[in-house]
Each structure stands twice: as C-alpha cells, then as structure tokens.
Ligand binder design. Structure first.
Ligand SMILES: [Zn+2]
Length: 472
C-alpha cells in the first residue's frame, strides 16, 4: 500500500541539504524494475528505498505508474559547433537531447570546424559546449590521416576516446585513414588506453558497386542501398578485428548496420578481443523495403538495410553482441537533404532524431518482448562504459548522479515537428506513431525538461573519464 504523499513538485531543505524524493511504481534499477523511492541529495542519488521507508518531512514527487529510468547517455552525436552551427549547435542539440531523456551526450569530432583533431580545436569546442549545453557532455577526439602526433595530447586534454573513418567521411575537414595510416596511429592510441571508435566501411566494395550503378536512377532507395553493400562493413570489421588482435586496443564499432557482421563479432568476443558494438534507432525501426523512392531523410551511412536484417540486429541486442544503442544524431540544413529532388547520391547522409530515440526504441523493443530494463542497459549503462563514467552515470543507484527520466511507457503519440527541438525540424520519423513519452528529465537533480519546457539555466558540465591511465 502506498501512503498518501505530498504530490507537490519541488525541493525541500533539511539541515541545509537539498533533498528530494521521486517515487514511482516502476523505478528501473540495475537489479530490476520495482516500486521505489529515489532519494536525491543535491546532485546525487543518496539511496533507492522501498516505498515504506521514505524519511518523514520530505517532499515527495509521486509519479505513480510513470516509469523512472536512468538518464540516457548518447555516445554518438554530431553537434557541428563550432564552425557549422547553422547545421546544429550545442544549445539546440542538447535541448533535443534533454527532451529525449538524455543527460549526457558525447560529441563526435567531425562535422564541426575545426574538426576535433588537435587540442586547440578541442578547446574551441569545449568553450562552445560550456556556453550552450543543457545536458552533460564529453568529447571524442579524431584520428585522421595526419594527426598522430596529437593523439596523446588529446587524451591528456580530456578526450573520452577517438573516432576514425575507414572510408571518406563525406565532409571537409576530416580525412579518412588508410590501413597504413591507422597502423601508424594505433601505437599512440594504445598508449592512451582509450577506445577507438570506427566508422566501419571500406571503400573497395563501395567503389566496385558504384561502377555498376552510374546509370541507375538515384531517386530509388534500392540504388543507394546497392551502393553501400554489406561487404563494405564486413571487410572493414575483418580488418579492424585483425588490428585489434595485433595491437590490443579497445575497439568500438559505431553504427553497425549489417547483421551479417554479428557472427564474426561474436567470435571475436569469445576470443577475448576488447571489442564493443553499437547500432542506432533507425536501423532498428526502418526497413529498406518500406523506404519510398526520393525519401532522402532516410539516407545515412551505412544504409538502412532490409527487414530480415533489422530483425537480426534485434537478435544481436538480445544475445548481447550489440552492446548499446546510440543515436548518430546527424542533422543538416533541410536543403542539404534535397527533398524536392529526392536524389540519394546528392543528399546529405545523416539522420537527426535524438529527441525521439527513446520512444522509437521502446516502440520496437516492447513489441519484441523486451523490458525497460533492457532499454536502460542499451541506452544508459553500456554507453557509460564506453564513455568511462560507469561509476557515476547511467544507473539509478546510491552515489550516482541524479540523472533521471520520467517516462510514460503506455502513452502513444504522432511525431510532429514540435517534438523535435533541434535546430532544423526535419525528421525521418515525422508522422510515425510511437509509444512512450518522455515527461521530465532531471540532470544531476534539477529538472531540465518538463513536458515541452526547458526550465532553468544552462547547467551542462563536462563529464571526464575516470580510471584511465594518462599517457606517459
Ligand atoms: Zn556519426
């Protein structure tokens, strides 16, 4: 039986300490989903207690049947500031993140100018993030063709890890690395102890496919899909696993799109290689068969593949070969999507949608028999391991940051542009019916998203890794 609690939202001060209590019948903890009260002391969770053990004289926000999840962690976003803030910036991207239940985002080193491939560039980005981020943030550094002398400096300056491309990144300012260049960089990466995140597609299979597609109709999604075959991902994964075996560095495959890669990744793990894998909401929601010709909002690389492939990706999440889900939120001005022309060859590749990731995943996960516990593992806990902050973020547990999401799992909605919150309100998800609504997001104890509003000041802080040896 629940006691009648004071439903007044707010905080009270006990002995000079700011205490609040959030109560729900569905608190998603690492041990499972249960009725509990999350006691928040300032910015941290003091304890998670049974509902009959709530201290007296404390104001309780009773969320009833609404679920409370840990604040989500997005290990893959492109915020584009500085340099391309007209595409997206910290203020707008992190507004969308907060609306999506995210309390920590990790920004990719490309699509901004300068790219985050030197300490000077990182400091520029840091200044932009400090000025505009509504949620906590951390920065990936870039490994490009010619910056290996900067890798250890970037680590010492606070990079969470590194990102590189094995294929042309399709944007000025960030070069891909050849195998030779990557081999030259890897000893430096190894010395930092930080993970290397890799866009795993190789040019060979793409170039071969393109030769046969020159005269095809580029309004057709099938043409684009054929231009980025599974083999491009598979050959890249094989190369990376060989390098991982040789150099022994924490390898993270970003945005896995082909389920044909799962078997070799499973074997690599069985062998003990330090490899982790991510996929994205769009690969788990859309299917190539359903993408209309000219629908360039669905263009991303690697591409969204077929329906059977999508189901196998879900199996990869089920058996743990895929560790986590990140958004790869990658916006651009709408005109770059060439919506009127519908040409997949010319359109910008990238899907924006961090404000919708949780409903998208919950909609798909629930119908496949997963629970909110699984979602919290994929979207909060596992990303903190990659980001190096698993000791203080991503869990509802004593001592952790009070990053919390109040979520209505049974509520459905139609995606309209007022739900997007990022700079350019275009989305592949518009007009989709989704299940699960983010009601409130708390960042370190303070409400930063409240049913469409963004109360309070800019409070985002940099989240530095803990427990990683600094380079010698
Ligand atoms: Zn990306």
């Amino acid at each position: 039986m629940l006691r009648p609690y004071n439903r007044r939202a707010g905080r009270c001060s006990l002995g000079g300490v700011s205490l609040q209590a959030l109560l729900s019948r569905r608190v998603v903890t690492p041990q499972g989903i249960r009725a509990a009260c999350v006691l928040v002391d300032g910015e941290r969770i003091r304890a998670v207690v049974d509902v009959d053990k709530i201290p007296s004289d404390i104001l309780v926000q009773d969320f009833g049947e609404l679920a409370i999840l840990p604040g989500l962690v997005d290990s893959h976003v492109h915020i584009n500031e500085p340099g391309r803030t007209e595409w997206e910036g910290f203020y707008t991207a992190t507004r969308a993140a907060a609306a999506g239940g995210y309390t920590l985002v990790l920004d990719m080193p490309l699509n901004c100018l300068p790219a985050t491939t030197s300490v000077a560039a990182m400091e520029l980005k840091r200044a932009a993030a400090r000025a505009g981020s509504r949620v906590d943030w951390a920065l990936w550094g870039g490994v490009v063709s010619d910056n290996r002398m900067h890798i250890e400096e970037l680590a010492a300056a606070g990079a969470a890890g590194f990102k590189c491309f094995l294929i042309d990144a399709g944007i000025d300012g960030f070069t891909m690395v050849s195998e030779t260049q990557l081999r030259a960089a890897l000893p430096h990466v190894v010395r930092t102890g930080l993970p290397l995140l890799v866009h795993a597609e190789l040019a060979g299979p793409v170039d071969r496919a393109l030769r046969g597609l020159a005269d095809e109709d580029w309004r057709r999604y099938q043409t684009y899909l054929q231009s980025r075959p599974d083999e491009a991902e598979l050959e890249a994964i094989d190369l990376l696993l060989r390098l991982c075996r040789e150099y022994r560095f924490p390898l993270h495959i970003v945005h896995l799109a082909t389920a044909r890669g799962l078997e070799r990744l499973r074997e690599a793990r069985a062998e003990g290689l330090p490899v982790s894998v991510e996929t994205c909401p769009h690969y788990l929601h859309f299917a190539a068969e359903d993408i209309a010709d000219g629908a360039t909002l669905c263009k991303c690389a690697p591409p969204i593949r077929g329906r059977a492939n999508r189901e196998e990706l879900w199996s990869g999440l089920r058996d743990g070969v895929i560790d986590l889900i990140a958004t790869d939120h990658s916006p651009c001005p709408p005109e770059m999507k060439r919506l009127e022309e519908g040409n997949f060859q010319k359109a910008w590749g990238g899907i924006a949608g961090s404000s919708l990731a949780l409903p998208v995943i919950w909609t798909e996960a629930e119908r496949r028999g997963f629970s909110l516990r699984d979602v919290a593992r994929w979207m909060a806990e596992e990303p903190t391991r990659l980001a190096g902050c698993a000791d203080r973020k991503g869990r509802i547990a004593a001592g952790y940051d009070a990053d919390l999401v109040v979520f209505a799992p049974e509520e459905e909605f139609l995606v309209t542009d007022d739900r997007l919150h990022y700079r350019h309100r275009v989305s592949a998800y518009l007009e989709r019916r989704l299940r699960g609504v983010v009601k409130k997001t708390f960042l370190r104890g303070t409400c930063v998203f409240d049913e469409g509003d963004f109360p309070g000041e800019i409070r985002g802080q940099e989240c530095r890794r803990t427990g990683v040896a600094s380079p010698d």
